[in-house]
Design a protein around this ligand. Structure first.
Ligand code: GLC
Length: 394
């Protein structure tokens, strides 16, 4: 469903995903209830006792914006069924248990700061007695569960001001028809006419959501890779496989080059604080984007492929060669057909010498390696016309 409502999202390129819930207290990821087979009677008291006392949504929002992220999507309810928002349909929610609407606090902070905001909502629900009814052939029970789900989507789309994104997850048990997804999403769009909806209610809606990998959708079909900074979505104290900032930036560049978005996850601790490892990476990515954001925001998929130096991004008549693999003070780029008008270092504006001959372009006078920033140095080319590439070598 491409349309004008998506333009801001296509231009945004980079958002923050937040997985946070009662499970964060256990520090073993968001699947802990299921993987460790916690009976509801044992898990529920823990969820009800949750009191995140270091949660400062304004700080979260500031960290997302400093990192150069243009939108934020947070788990309003994950598979464990505990709602971080006030719901009339269950008392298993943060307003009933702690007198705080955690999602209202976050939505307000986003609105105040001008950061686009979305709800993740899990259709899967390990707490609701009717979740599996449809699976067992109990039609009345299934209808009750659909009413619950629809009702909560209505609450999320009604009670938090402007909602930019509805990010479903966990719809695997039923198909689109089983979820009555078309009707549910039509309701969401009636309440929030400009909302962006992902493809996980088992109907396509606005965009595809490759998880933990990059996968380009069919031409014209928007897509967003969601990815963790270590190997876990919800806070896992023992997961120390943190990706380097350089890898995360290379992922962002690669995704922009291929026309997608990156929704990069943070799993706050149970008390609401961001893990230090995430804070460091957010800060470093933000530093890079402050110098090189022009090469990311508003870019679209261009005709050029990867080079020995890394990936190119394209915006109108500009091409940004994001060098994250050092090739020396002279680089050669294949395939640029449109005449090049100028070449410069994006971070300083310093002009670079170039020579274009047939399907090869030489760029000379690049800084020596010690100058190069630790993540990716960007060369900006201005073209004399629409970017066009020579046909590729097979
Ligand atoms: C995986 C995880 C789920 C998480 C989702 C985010 O499916 O199992 O817990 O919310 O990824 O895309």
């Amino acid at each position: 469903m491409t349309g004008p409502h998506l333009q801001w999202w296509l231009d945004a390129k980079f958002g923050m995903f937040i997985h946070w819930g009662a499970y964060s207290q256990l520090a073993r990821g968001e699947w802990v209830m299921n993987r460790e087979r916690w009976p509801i009677e044992e898990y529920e008291p823990l969820a009800r006792a949750w009191r995140p006392d270091r949660h400062d949504p304004r700080e979260w929002v500031a960290m997302a914006q400093d990192a150069g992220m243009k939108y934020l999507v947070c788990t309003s309810k994950h598979h464990d069924g505990f709602c971080l928002f006030g719901s009339e349909l269950t008392d298993y929610n943060s307003v009933a248990t702690m007198g705080r609407d955690l999602m209202a606090e976050l939505a307000d902070a986003c609105h105040e700061a001008g950061l686009r905001f979305g709800f993740y909502y899990s259709l899967k629900d390990w707490h609701h007695p009717d979740y599996e009814c449809g699976h067992r052939g109990d039609a009345a029970g299934h209808e009750r569960f659909l009413e619950y789900t629809r009702g909560q989507v209505r609450e999320l789309c009604s009670n938090y001001g402007k909602l930019d994104i509805l990010w479903y997850d966990g719809g695997g048990l039923y198909d689109g028809e089983g979820w009555q997804a078309h009707e549910m999403n039509a309701m969401a769009r009636e309440l929030q006419p400009e909302i962006v909806i992902n493809n996980r209610s088992r109907v396509p809606e606005d965009h595809d959501t490759p998880e933990q990998h990059v996968a380009v959708s069919a031409p014209g079909r928007p897509w967003e890779t969601c990815m963790t900074m270590n190997g876990s979505w919800g806070w896992h104290a023992g997961d120390d496989r943190w990706k380097s900032t350089k890898d995360l930036i290379a992922t962002l560049v690669g995704i922009a080059s291929l026309g997608g978005n990156l929704l990069l996850n943070v799993g706050p601790r149970g008390d609401g604080g961001f893990p230090e490892e995430s804070i460091i990476r957010l800060r470093e990515i933000g530093g890079w984007l402050r110098l090189h954001g022009e090469a990311i925001y508003g870019t679209h998929r261009g005709p050029f492929e990867w080079g020995c130096f890394g990936m190119p991004t394209v915006k109108g008549g500009s091409v940004y060669l994001c060098i994250d693999k050092w090739v020396g003070q002279e680089m050669v780029v294949g395939m640029v057909k449109t005449p090049v008008r100028s070449a410069s270092l994006l971070s300083t504006g310093e002009a670079l010498e170039f020579e274009q001959r047939d399907d090869r372009l030489w760029i000379r006078g690049l800084p020596d390696r010690s100058y190069a920033d630790p993540y990716a140095t960007v060369v900006k080319l201005e073209l004399d016309g629409e970017p066009e590439a020579y046909s590729r070598w097979l």
